[in-house]
Design a protein around this ligand. Sequence first.
Ligand code: HMG
Ligand code: MG
Length: 316
Amino acid sequence: MTEVSPRDGLQNEPRVISTPEKVRLASALAGCGVEEVEVSSFVSPRWIPQLGDATEVFDGLARGGVDIAPGAPWLSALVPNERGLASALAVNERWGRRVIRKVSVFTAASETFCRKNINATIAESIERFVPVVAGARSAGLVVRGYVSCVIACPFEGAIDPAAVARVAGMLRGIGVDELDLGDTIGAGDAASTERVLAAVDLEWPITGVGEVDFAGGRGMVTLHLHDTFGRAVECVRAGLAAGVRSFDASAAGLGGCPYAGREGKRAPGNIDTGALVREIRRAGYAVGVDGPRLEDAASLARSLVAGAGGGEAVAR
Ligand code: HMG
Ligand code: MG
């Protein structure tokens, strides 16, 4: 379980939440029993002003010992390029420990989305990631590779599962440790999720129970679902049936990529962590999330986006 609300949730909020409130949210989530908290992104503050304080948020977490508390989850961040990786590594160097254990590069199965999101073609994005992956791995970090628009693109419509598999193969080829498949606009249902997982399996085998090395992430495939049409839960079921054992979710269902919104319509939120936990348990699997703590963290997340976090509104 990876909690992505501090990153995917807050990046799409019209207001910038203050740094101490972000630290509070990430700390609360870290105490919920999830395996990973995706804390922030080392991206251009021109592109995502909401997360311009990634360094300060990690510093706040490290100062509070959140990364070294007993049972602490891994803390991770998005990095789009070498500059982002350097900022992440600088945090670890300053603290003399791996506060950030994993960094995530991100591309897409849609050329239009890739261009709008990271100003690169898919091929250019992979080139850009080569030194990022090498640098992260030589610093002992695990590297996740996101593929967005695995079912549909807000600009191009339906995406061919073979295109997703191709990008998965490209990420594997440059040494990315784990794959994260993003249904960016929540277009999936059980059948389309099954189709894309079957296609990806040919390029990046989807490991089953007992084969996933959660500690190292090697080979792991994660599903990253947005819940636009209330179908994310059926996609979770399809994922579990196909062997997926790792999921992203967001407290209170916050989330969405600012570059996936259209015509004044905001991008949809991630699957709610509570709903994901319930579905995984319904399917007969164990998940180590503490319900009451998660509910408290979700209430905090809701209060932050309702305006209690302060900060400036973002002009776009
Ligand atoms: P660019 O404009 O092509 O790059 O952006 P650039 O090299 O020309 O840099 C532009 C400016 O950003 C420059 O500053 C750079 O110095 C600075 P200026 O000279 O204009 O003042 N810059 C940076 N600053 C801080 N950290 C950095 C960095 N890099 C450049 N790392 C770039 C290319 C990739 C930087 C830009 O497009 C970007 O930051 N994009 C990020 C978009 C993003 O974060 N999107 C949301 C996350 S993806 C998502 O939500 C989907 C996901 O959830 C899965 C799913 O649901 O599908 C993961
Ligand atoms: Mg997302």
